[in-house]
Design a protein around this ligand. Structure first.
Ligand code: MSP
Length: 509
């Protein structure tokens, strides 16, 4: 089996889960579920970023220890993942011994190789982004307060990781590997950053300023800079330094938000890996941001959408559907309550939910709750079958190209076509006739619609895992890997008895 390793960003432990975190996990989950259904051996890693000044400060504000804060926030994030059916295989927390040991190993290795040196540095520090700022971070001559918060000039002796010796190598690597950064337009942004000299990365914080971190193995007066620590989770979680490591590494996708591509992921991380003689990640997938009326969601503006509220009210699959349908991977998207309701009621309630329940009801009423035989086909049936093969091909292709919104568009066009097919064939009228030909047609129409619904549910599984399973359970079908399961098969459901209970997949609100 081919291996597939995917990671998400690890979330900061200083705040509660919101739609941005939820979206990233759902996107990652959809990719992983797709790969599993295509028979890959998937390893899906997510987790929590627990060190740093922000966590220390938040804990202090609440009068608790950072570890207690992290434990309770970890639980919130894990609960969110469970609720949204995020099928992760491993959840890493940067305070775990397995992670800390590897961070220290790597620091020692780089220190021994002279890639890390000690120096006095005077610079402008932003606590909000937890780093020294550079001239190029300025906009119109100032560091924007909404991005960096309060900026302070400080002089400190610290440890630095050399970046410049790897700069030309990184430029060449990015230019010669077109799949390294997705979407492609973001690679330009990275190359732009690399145009000028880059400052070496300050990878330590003196303990008198920050105690909540991983102690440097070669100087107990210092802890590790949170980003240097956090990035290493991608290799510490899969056994860096052990034999198993090469089974996973290089990673297939690092799924992250666009805000943390430059400099952390696309500059620091490849250089850290290069300094350690490790292969590069295959692809950085930088998704866009969820906005509210075009603005960044922020607690102070009071427009933070709590994903769990929507998931709880409308069901986790409805929420998954909405975020995947509305966001083109890589672009920003606006969250709106009205749009959510309209997608829920129209696409999910009317088009999918009603189709399933009325087909089920008719099979109960007219066919003794058993899937009948498909008689010779005529053009409405053939048209639907042909549309399925086009839909399947375009959907699999869209899944592969990470165009999940177009995949959903195509699947729902197919679902619309099943509804139209029922309108044209009007089985409720055929049921009133005594003619054997009409009876045969009635059977065919309901069997064909059932097969079409089975296929739609099967291909929707990565995005709507629970609803897909509920639909397949009506037909007493087990969800298994794709392949043959996605081929139209007139025999597949024949003679199966259906589950007796009618279900409402998407109750009206
Ligand atoms: N801890 C760092 C990541 C370290 S990875 C080695 C961090 N954490 S975060 O909690 O601030 O963000 C986690 C992820 O959520 C990031 O990929 C970020 O881009 C994403 N999002 C946070 N808000 C978002 C939106 N409003 N919309 C979409 N995703 C956004 O950064």
């Amino acid at each position: 089996m081919k291996k597939f390793y995917l990671t998400t960003a690890i979330d900061y432990a200083n705040g509660h889960p919101h739609i941005g975190h939820a979206y990233e996990k759902i996107l990652a989950d959809v990719i992983c579920r797709t790969k599993r259904l295509l028979n890959y051996d998937v390893h899906f890693l997510t987790g929590l970023d627990e060190h740093g000044q922000k966590v220390e400060q938040t804990a202090k504000k609440h009068g608790i220890t950072p570890q207690i804060l992290c434990d309770s926030i970890a639980q919130e994030f894990i609960d969110m993942c469970t609720f949204l059916h995020i099928s992760y295989d491993d959840y890493i927390r940067t305070t775990q011994p397995r992670h800390k040991a590897i961070v220290r190993d790597i620091l020692q290795k780089l220190f021994d190789k002279n890639d890390i040196y000690k120096a006095e540095y005077t610079g402008f520090y932003s606590t909000r982004v937890e780093r020294f700022l550079q001239e190029k971070d300025k906009v119109d001559g100032v560091w924007p307060e909404n991005e960096f918060g309060q900026v302070m000039e400080i002089t400190e002796t610290n440890y630095f990781f050399k970046l410049n010796p790897h700069k030309q190598w990184l430029i060449d690597y990015i230019t010669s590997h077109e799949n390294f950064i997705f979407p492609k337009f973001r690679a330009k942004q990275v190359l732009e950053f690399l145009r000028e000299d880059i400052n070496d990365l300050c990878i330590s914080r003196p303990k008198n300023r920050l105690a909540w971190g991983i102690e440097l193995p070669f100087d107990p007066e210092y802890v590790t800079y949170v980003w240097f620590d956090a990035l290493i989770n991608y290799i510490s979680a899969v056994g860096y330094g052990t034999e198993n490591f090469s089974e996973f590494w290089p990673v297939d996708y690092h799924v992250i938000g666009k805000d943390i591509l430059v400099p952390a992921h696309a500059i620091y991380w490849p250089i850290m890996l290069h300094a350690l003689d490790l292969p590069m990640p295959k692809t950085f997938l930088a998704h866009g941001w969820w906005l509210c009326s075009g603005e960044k969601m922020s607690k102070s503006v009071g427009n933070v959408v709590d994903p769990l509220d929507y998931a709880k009210q409308f069901g986790p699959d409805a929420f998954r559907y909405f975020v995947i349908r509305e966001m083109t991977v890589g672009q920003d998207s606006d969250f709106s309550h009205e749009l959510f309701l309209s997608r829920y009621n129209n696409d999910l309630g009317n088009d999918l939910g009603n189709l399933v329940s009325r087909t089920h009801n008719m099979l109960q009423r007219y066919c003794k709750n058993t899937i009948p035989k498909i008689a010779p086909l005529e053009s409405p049936e053939n048209d639907l079958i042909n549309l399925w093969s086009k839909t399947r091909d375009s959907t699999l292709d869209a899944y592969d190209r990470l165009q999940f919104h177009t995949a959903l568009e195509d699947i729902f066009t197919f679902i619309g076509a099943i509804n139209k097919f029922l309108e044209i064939r009007a089985p409720w009228k055929l049921a009133k006739s005594d003619k054997p030909k009409d009876r045969e047609r009635l059977d065919t129409v309901l069997a064909v619609s059932s097969e079409a619904i089975r296929l739609a549910a099967t291909i929707l599984a990565p995005i709507l895992p629970i609803v897909s399973q509920q639909i397949l359970e009506i037909f007493q079908v087990k969800a298994i890997a794709w392949g043959k399961q996605l081929e139209w098969n007139n025999e597949y459901l024949f003679n199966r008895s259906l589950s007796a209970d009618s279900i409402i997949l998407f109750p009206r609100f």
